[in-house]
Design a protein around this ligand. Structure first.
Ligand code: ADP
Ligand code: CIR
Length: 353
C-alpha cells in the first residue's frame, strides 16, 4: 500500500461505507493483524475500495476470521448497510415455505421471471478473496462430488468454466444463468485469481436449479424460472440447500460457515445473514421513468438493478427488483418483503398507464 494515511487512500469523493467508517485510529489498530486461515490483512480487505472509488460498500473478507479480527471496521459497515444491525443482534434462519403469503394480485403481465439465490461457504477454507489455489480446487472437488448425489428435479451436471466453449459460456451469461467474468470490485479484492480454474456451474436439465462454484462465494445456490410462481421457486431452493448441506456433510464431514450473529458467512458483508437475494425481472416502464423511482424502491426495502445484474444498465423498462436486506430477517421474511413490495410497484405502474 502506497500510503498509511486514510485521508490519502480515501479522498472525499469516495462515498463508500468503508471510507465513512475507517478512521486513522481504526486503521492503525488493525493494520498489523494477519489472519491464520488465509493470511488476510486489512490492506487486502480494503484494496477494492482504493481501486474502485465508486464502491458502495468497499470491503471484502478473505476468511471467516476477518469478521472477528477486523471487527472494528467490519461491524460499523455491517451495521449501517443492514439498517442498524448492531453487534449484539442474533440472526435467525427460517425457510418454511408454508409461511409465505402470496399477494392477491395477478402479476403475470408484469413479472417476466423470478430468481432466488443464496450464498454458502464451507468452514475450513478461505473465502474467495483469500482462498489458496489448492483449497479452491479442493472445494470444487468436494462440492461437485456432493452435487453429483442430488436426485429428482435437483439432479444435474457440472460444467467447469475451464475449457468451456466461448459461445456456450456467452449464451449462459446472456440467458441470465451464469456469472460474468472480470468484475472489477472482485478483481481488486483478489477473488478472480487463477481465473477460470476451479470455477464452474452445475444445473438441472430445465436450468431451474443451479449452483455457481467458486465465484464471489464458494457456492451460490439458485432457483429460477419464468413467471412469478414464488412458492415453487422458494420451495425448490429450500430443498436444494438442505440436500447440498446434507451431501457435503456425508461426503466430506464439512459444514457451512455460520454463526448466531452474522448468520451465513460471505466474502462481501452485504450478503451476511441469509445471503439471499430474491428478485423478479419486472416491467415498470412508466414508474421507472419517474425521478423518485429509486427512492420508492428503497422505501419498500427493495433494491433495483439492471436486467444484466449488479452494475448493469436496464433496457425496455424491465428492472431487477430484489430485497435489499439480507441479515436480521428470515429467508421467508425477505421473500415476503420482495413479493409485497413488487405488488406495490405494479399497482403504482398501473396508475401511470
Ligand atoms: P447476484 O444475484 O448473484 O448477486 P447479479 O446481480 O450479477 O448477481 O445477477 C446474476 C445474474 O442473475 C444476472 O445475469 C441477472 O440478470 C440474473 N437475474 C437476476 N434476477 C433475475 C430474475 N428475476 N430473472 C432472471 N434472471 C435474473
Ligand atoms: C461495492 O462495494 O460496491 C462492491 N464491492 C459490491 C458491493 C455489493 N456486494 C455484492 O454484490 N456482493
Amino acid at each position: 500500500m502506497a500510503s498509511n494515511q486514510v485521508a490519502e487512500m480515501f479522498p472525499a469523493e469516495n462515498k463508500s461505507l468503508l471510507a465513512k467508517h475507517l478512521t486513522q485510529n481504526i486503521y492503525d489498530s488493525l493494520k498489523d493483524i494477519t489472519t491464520e486461515a488465509a493470511a488476510f490483512t486489512l490492506d487486502k480487505a480494503i484494496k477494492t475500495c482504493i481501486d474502485n472509488p465508486d464502491s458502495g460498500c468497499g470491503i471484502y473478507a478473505g476468511d471467516e476470521e476477518c469478521y472477528s479480527k477486523l471487527a472494528p471496521i467490519f461491524d460499523p459497515v455491517i451495521e449501517e448497510y443492514h439498517g442498524g444491525y448492531s453487534a449484539d443482534k442474533k440472526h435467525v434462519s427460517d425457510m418454511e415455505v408454508a409461511k409465505l403469503k402470496v399477494p392477491d394480485i395477478n402479476m403475470d403481465d408484469y413479472v417476466v421471471s423470478t430468481r432466488i439465490r443464496v450464498g454458502r461457504n464451507i468452514r475450513g477454507y478461505g473465502l474467495s478473496p483469500g482462498i489458496t489455489s489448492e483449497h479452491r480446487k479442493e472445494v470444487e472437488e468436494l462440492v461437485t462430488t456432493a452435487l453429483s448425489k442430488l436426485t429428482g428435479d435437483l439432479k444435474g451436471q457440472y460444467y467447469p468454466l475451464e475449457g468451456m466453449n466461448e459461445s456456450d459460456r456467452q449464451k449462459l451469461v446472456e440467458d441470465h444463468f451464469l456469472f460474468k467474468k472480470g468484475d472489477r470490485f472482485l478483481e481488486s479484492a483478489g477473488a478472480n485469481r487463477d481465473w477460470p480454474k476451479s470455477r464452474g456451474i452445475f444445473h438441472n436439465e430445465e436450468k431451474s436449479f443451479l449452483v455457481w462454484v467458486n465465484e464471489e462465494d464458494q457456492l451460490r445456490i439458485i432457483s429460477m424460472q419464468k413467471g412469478g410462481d414464488f412458492v415453487a421457486i422458494f420451495s425448490r431452493l429450500a430443498r436444494g440447500i438442505q440436500a447440498i448441506k446434507e451431501s457435503i456433510r456425508e461426503t466430506a464431514g464439512k459444514e457451512f460457515m455460520f454463526n448466531d450473529h452474522l448468520g451465513y458467512i460471505h466474502s462481501c458483508p452485504t450478503n451476511l445473514g441469509t445471503g439471499m437475494r430474491a428478485s423478479v425481472h419486472v416491467k415498470l416502464p412508466n414508474l421507472s421513468a419517474q425521478s423518485n423511482f429509486k427512492q420508492i424502491c428503497f422505501d419498500l426495502h427493495l433494491q433495483p438493478r439492471g436486467v444484466h445484474g449488479e452494475h448493469s444498465e436496464t433496457t425496455d423498462g424491465i428492472y431487477d427488483i430484489s430485497n435489499k436486506h439480507r441479515i436480521g430477517h428470515t429467508e421467508v421474511g425477505l421473500v415476503q418483503t420482495m413479493m409485497d413490495g413488487v405488488k406495490k410497484l405494479i399497482e403504482l405502474e398501473k396508475e401511470l398507464e
